[in-house]
Design a binder for this molecule. Sequence first.
Ligand code: THU
Length: 130
Amino acid sequence: MSLTDAARAVRENAHAPYSNFKVGAAIRSVSGAVYVGCNVENVAYPEGTCAEAGAIAAMVAAGETQIAEVTVIADSPKPVSPCGGCRQKLSEFSGGDVVVTLTNLDGVVQMMRVADLLPGAFDADYMERS
Ligand code: THU
């Protein structure tokens, strides 16, 4: 199954009764395994989680920490843009050259590198003196 098909399928399971905006994410790790996640909202709004966070959690729970590629999908007018927090979360487990495919249900695709999604990312190098 392609990452796009996996992301499209898991999006159906999103719990998004407050925004009505369902998101699906699929990660292929360096091992070749695919991990999926969807957004899970909560009546206490800030407690909701993004699709990317769910896919990352599934990958880490399976014992993997290296992302090879990512696809994110939503029913948006243009390819869905990962939020700022998710850009940082993806950056934790990706090299800058990892490609993130942003897409929508119409099949419009935009491909971006993690380094371009989050220029100047905060990383462990900044903590060298601590
Ligand atoms: N959302 C994601 O799941 N990923 C993103 O990168 C953008 C936003 C979700 C969060 C919330 O459940 C809904 O989309 C509307 O913001």
